[in-house]
Design a protein around this ligand. Structure first.
Ligand SMILES: [Zn+2]
Length: 239
């Protein structure tokens, strides 16, 4: 599933204090300019910023339908009860037309979410944990898988949002960006043998022990005279 978004404009943002704008738009601008991605805020701070807007917390919640990610203590156990975290920016709702199309594109159906998770083998693509498993470093917490947006820099420089399975804990660290163009360049720079090994890992969706690792496992157990014989054989091959 691919979600495309227009390239970021250099235009300065409208002011969140502009009372001609709607509550939802002003809340989005407030998050962007006053809070900042990754930072927390409280309901009290929100209400203090918008004393004249009725139901500002509801307007803020509405942003979730447009791809904005705002976590509460229910989503992220690290947050205090009164705290919320601005995790990821969604559609630029202050741009005319963005709000309407984005809602459609950003809301995934249950079937689409299941398809993404199934394609990802029901593993968090960031830390590798499965669904409902305890974390190595915190056995009391069980993982919960979500679908997150990943910002991908395509060859040519365009940015595309692609969906990926991620556990709640990894997702709480903010939007991640991946430079696919640079990564492809590195893969293409591998030797033919390395590419072959890499292809087998991709097929298995894990780093399997290949021929090289098995040979090395045997080699390191050899007595010195035998190791020397192997060393010479390899050096001979490289001539
Ligand atoms: Zn994870």
């Amino acid at each position: 599933m691919v979600v495309t978004q227009g390239t970021e404009s250099d235009m300065t943002l409208p002011s969140w204090q502009d009372t001609k704008l709607g509550g939802k738009i002003r809340a989005a601008l407030w998050l962007e300019t006053e809070v900042g991605v990754g930072n927390t805020f409280t309901k009290a701070e929100l209400r203090k910023a918008f004393p004249e807007v009725a139901q500002i917390d509801r307007r803020l919640r509405d942003l979730r339908d447009f791809g904005w990610r705002i976590d509460t203590s229910r989503d992220d156990p690290a947050l205090k009860q009164e705290e919320q975290r601005y995790v990821a920016k969604g559609a630029e709702v202050w741009i005319p037309g963005q709000a309407k199309t984005a809602k459609h594109k950003n809301s995934l159906s249950a079937a689409q979410r299941t398809k993404i998770m199934s394609d990802d083998n029901f593993l968090c693509r960031t830390c590798g944990i499965g669904s409902g498993e305890p974390y190595e470093d915190d056995k009391d917490v069980l993982s919960h898988l979500n679908v997150a947006r990943r910002e991908v820099v395509l060859p040519g420089g365009a940015i595309e949002f692609q969906m990926v399975t991620e556990c709640k804990r990894c997702g709480s660290t903010g939007t991640k960006q991946v430079d696919l163009a640079a990564f492809l360049g590195q893969v293409e720079g591998l030797s033919a043998l390395e590419q072959q090994v890499f292809a087998s890992w991709i097929a298995a969706d894990q780093r399997t022990r290949g021929a090289m690792e098995k040979l090395w496992g045997i080699f390191r157990t050899l007595p010195v005279a035998s190791r020397e014989a192997v060393r010479q054989a390899v050096a001979g091959d490289n001539k």
